[in-house]
Ligand binder design. Structure first.
Ligand SMILES: Nc1ncnc2c1ncn2[C@@H]1O[C@H](COP(=O)(O)OP(=O)(O)OP(=O)(O)O)[C@@H](O)[C@H]1O
Ligand SMILES: [Mg+2]
Length: 454
């Protein structure tokens, strides 16, 4: 009974492997994504930092210019020395640029813009006040400029300027702090993300290794299953072949027994009847004596017919059970077979049969092999020369039947004939070996090796 074949197990393993690979690709993509997002956030935060730094510097510059201008003016007011006005002039000259620069820096932040506008207003007021003091000093209106100098107006203006500048600096400091925190967060995010993606990647790699191992094991198991299935089938084929071969041997034996039985029946029963008929004919001949020529002729014809039937009976018996083999031995029986075939087929047949030790069954097998080989040569070979050779070789007997006919291609043999198969069957059943060698146009040789008996 053929067992149903177990289904292959790797598709399942392959499916699992197909899940792991996209996971690994996802982990790699996530890694790139997290890194990119972290980079973008850090980049923006750094730009913000640079911007805040620039605002800070710009406010500082502005304050410095204001201080320089005020210090220079005070020096001039107190001494009247024009040289003191240089820092004043320089401060005034750069103030507009400083204000313009600061305005562009705070343009995007509404809160800073408000501080800037208040600062700009206060600076304009302060500049007017300073210009007025300078003007009064130049016009030598001492009481007036000393009055302006002695009041708190200048200080109040400067305090207001500092206040607004401080607010802008605080705001830029707060932005710096936010930028730093943002960078810190981005770094942490990247760190965490990279750690996570690496863990997922490692997990995927581990799973991949496991799956690969499982796949290999499944393949090995499948291979093993196939191997044992093959062995089982081979054993089955061997067992079937052995039982078929036993059956064929049995049939061969039955056939030989039947032929022997038929030959005996023909010999004993038909032989006895034919002998009785011949005796009756002889008696009739003597009784009838010299009767008419027509009766004599009829009796003559009957005698001849009886002789033909007896000869036919002998031939059939001989064919069914070669009596020459039993009575005269293998060598003589084969020589007679060869001679009769040569006469019948009109070919040259050379038989060289040495004395060999073979039991009856083996002798019969050799006889049948040569008989079937000669029949095939007569039917197909179109040969001129035939050699039959039986010789001992060590513990074996080698039988060879060779013809120089048209040959054939043994590999292309169909299942039509049974002659060659029967030969092989007989020889192998006796523990021997059989082989046919033939090439189209180069004749045919049948070989058999049989173990010697006793
Ligand atoms: N000596 C030979 N020369 C050329 N062809 C041969 C020879 N012997 C056998 N063959 C070829 O081999 C085939 C098989 O021979 P085999 O004896 O098995 O069967 P068969 O003679 O055709 O039939 P069966 O023997 O059963 O009556 C033949 O049909 C023939 O084509
Ligand atoms: Mg044949």
């Amino acid at each position: 009974m053929l067992r149903p074949h177990r289904p292959l197990r790797w598709p399942h393993a392959l499916q699992r492997l197909a899940v792991v690979l996209p996971l690994a690709v996802l982990a790699a993509l996530a890694l790139v994504g997290i890194n990119e997002a972290g980079y973008q956030r850090s980049h923006q935060a750094l730009q913000q930092l640079a911007h805040s730094q620039a605002t800070h510097s710009s406010v500082n510059r502005l304050l410095q210019d204001m201080l320089d201008a005020e210090t220079g003016l005070r020096g001039y007011l107190l001494t009247g020395d024009e040289r003191y006005l240089d820092p004043y002039k320089a401060g005034i000259a750069t103030l507009q640029d400083d204000l313009e620069q600061l305005r562009s820096l705070v343009a995007d932040t509404p809160e800073d813009r408000q501080h800037y506008e208040a600062l700009a207003r206060t600076i304009t007021t302060k500049l007017s006040e300073m210009a007025l003091s300078l003007d009064l000093r130049r016009k030598e209106r001492q009481d007036a400029w000393q009055f302006v100098l002695s009041t708190d107006v200048g200080k109040q203006h400067m305090d207001a300027i500092r206040l607004h500048a401080r607010a802008l600096i605080d705001s830029s400091n707060a932005q710096v702090a936010r930028g730093q925190a943002e960078i810190e967060r981005a770094l942490w995010g990247s760190r965490l993300g990279i750690a996570l993606a690496t863990a997922v990647g490692l997990l995927a790699f581990y799973r991949y290794l496991r799956q690969t191992q499982a796949l290999q094991q499944a393949t090995a198991r499948e291979q093993q299953a196939l191997e044992s299935e093959r062995e089982r089938l081979e054993a089955l084929v061997r067992a079937r072949t052995a039982s078929l071969s036993a059956l064929a041997n049995h049939l061969q034996q039955v056939r030989e027994d039947e032929r022997g039985h038929l030959a005996r029946e023909l010999h004993d029963e038909l032989g006895a009847l034919l002998t009785a008929a011949k005796l009756d004919l002889a008696r009739l001949k003597s009784r009838i004596g010299t009767s008419g020529p027509e009766v004599q002729e009829r009796l003559q014809h009957l005698g001849a017919t009886l002789n033909q039937v007896i000869a036919l009976k002998r031939r059939i018996i001989e064919d069914l059970r070669p009596s020459a083999l039993a009575n005269l031995g293998l060598a003589t029986a084969l020589e007679i077979l060869a001679r009769e075939f040569s006469e019948r087929a009109g070919l040259s047949v050379q038989a060289q049969v040495d004395e060999v030790r073979l039991n009856d069954a083996a002798q019969l097998a050799v006889y049948r092999l040569v008989q079937e080989s000669l029949t095939n040569i007569g039917k197909y070979a179109q040969a001129h020369q035939v050699h039959v050779r039986v010789q001992p070789q060590g513990a074996q007997v080698v039988v060879t039947v060779h013809d120089d006919g048209i040959g054939f291609e043994p590999a292309t043999l169909g299942h039509g004939g049974h002659g060659l198969a029967g030969m092989r069957q007989r020889i192998e059943a006796l523990g021997g070996q059989w082989q046919v060698q033939s090439t189209a146009g180069q004749g045919t040789t049948v070989h058999a090796w049989l173990p010697t008996s006793g």
